[in-house]
Design a protein around this ligand. Sequence first.
Ligand SMILES: [Zn+2]
Length: 202
Amino acid sequence: MLLKNAYDHFVTITNHRHLVRKHCFEMGLFVQGLLHDISKYAPVEFLVGVKYFQGNRSPNNAEREATGRSLAWLHHKGRNRHHLEYWIDYTVNRNDKTKYPLCGTKMPVKYVAEMFADRMAACKIYQGKDYTDASPWKYYKKGREHYLLHEKSRKQLEFMLKMLAARGEEETFAYIRRHILRNDEKLPTIIYRKLKEKGYVR
Ligand SMILES: [Zn+2]
C-alpha cells in the first residue's frame, strides 16, 4: 500500500511539474520551469504525501486534519517563491482597516507568472475535460477574498488570469513573455529556435 502510494504520489507531482514546466517555458522562465516544486521530493514533503495520499485532493489537508498543521506545507511555502505565502511578512503601517499584523508583500513579477502557471496546471489536472481557458480565473475568484496578497501582485495575477480567459493560452503566454517579463530579448535566437522546434515555445 505504502509502495503504491509512493509511486502514485511520485507520478502526481512529476506530472504536475511537467505541465508547469511547459507553461513556464512558453513565458521564457526556464530555470523556474525546471526547478518548480522541486522541494516536493525532499523527505519532509514527500513522505507526508505518501502517508496521506488521497488521489483527488492535497495530502496536506489530510495531514492538517490528522495533526492540526501540515509540516509538509510549512516546509514547502518557505522555500518556493511562487507561493504568495512565501511573501507574507509583518506590516509596519497598520491602520484600522488592517485586520492582521501580517501582510502580503510585493512579489517579483516572475514569481507571479510562475504562480499563474501553477494555478493553470492544477486546474487542468483537477478538472480534466471540463477545463477551459476561463477555469483558472473562475477558481481564483472563489478564494480571492482570503489571499494575503500585495495589491500590485494581485493586479498582475488577475490580469494574467483574465487575459487567459478572454484570449487563450497562446496569446497570453506570448504577451507575458514579451511585455510583462521582457524575456524575449534575453535569450539567444539559437536557443529559441531549438525550443520552437521541440514545441516548447510557440
Ligand atoms: Zn509549489
